[in-house]
Design a protein around this ligand. Structure first.
Ligand SMILES: [Ca+2]
Length: 249
């Protein structure tokens, strides 16, 4: 039954012919509370601090807290004309995308105050970073690698599963040499080779999605953050009451 559900989820959402062996397994190691008013867009952990952005007009904000719980240490609202999207830490600065205003904000990660603004073309969805670049999605199958100083695009990849495009790429995480991505309105997390754009693994979170998304279409799985201390990944969803520490196979 579980395999049937997984196959349905994958074929329906990724529009390709999946086989049972395409679905990799994972293990939930820890469960902690998550603020149910947070329409989670970006999620990241660094040196014992978790950073999160929440979307929606008039409710967009960023905060930081400890990964072990949900007590907010510091929070900063975003101007109500912006719908906050992906968030990532680069050096001692946080970069935040906005959905349709072609504006990114750069914050001091210590006090969460805006230092400067950047502009780009098109929509902003997910954002993560390597040691040298910012890595961005825009809801299509394209991933953009940007220079953190100029914000200019240095490289692009198209994400593919075999011959098929994988679209609606949303929240991102670059960790352990791979790019991990939520797919908007999908219970699936994909693991992507950042050089080729090829999807190497799929992880089906239908079980958690069924538990948390009932009755509200936008309460989707979103948010991936690699916790280097625990060598595992935190995952959650928009307005979800829980955040999960997961070990991917
Ligand atoms: Ca992330």
């Amino acid at each position: 039954m579980r395999i049937i559900i997984s196959l349905l989820a994958l074929t329906a959402l990724l529009s390709f012919t999946a086989t049972a062996q395409d679905v990799s397994s994972y293990k939930v190691l820890e469960t902690v509370d998550h603020n149910t008013s947070y329409f989670t867009q970006g999620l990241e952990v660094s040196e014992g601090l978790m950073f999160e952005s929440a979307g929606q007009y008039g409710k967009s904000r960023i905060r930081k807290y400890r990964p072990s719980g949900d007590k907010t240490l510091l929070e900063e609202p975003i101007d109500e004309e912006y719908f906050a999207e992906g968030l990532t830490l680069f050096g001692d600065e946080l970069f935040l995308l906005t959905w349709q205003k072609e504006t990114a904000f750069v914050f001091d990660a210590d006090n969460l105050k805006i230092k400067r603004e950047l502009s780009y073309s098109g929509e902003g969805w997910g954002l993560t970073s390597s040691t040298t670049q910012l890595i961005m999605s825009d809801g299509s199958d394209t991933i953009y690698f940007r220079n953190p100083d100029s914000f200019q695009i240095e490289r692009e990849i198209q994400v593919r599963s075999g011959p098929h495009s994988v679209r609606r790429l949303n929240e991102l995480e670059f960790a352990e040499g791979y790019l991990w991505a939520n797919i908007w309105h999908s219970p699936v997390i994909v693991k992507i080779n950042p050089s080729t754009g090829n999807v190497t693994n799929y992880y089906d979170f239908s079980e958690l999605v069924r538990k948390h998304s009932t009755g509200q279409d936008e309460k989707v799985l979103n948010g991936i953050a690699y916790d280097a201390e625990k060598k595992a990944y935190w995952v959650t969803g928009k307005l979800w009451p829980k955040r999960y520490l997961v070990e991917f196979e």
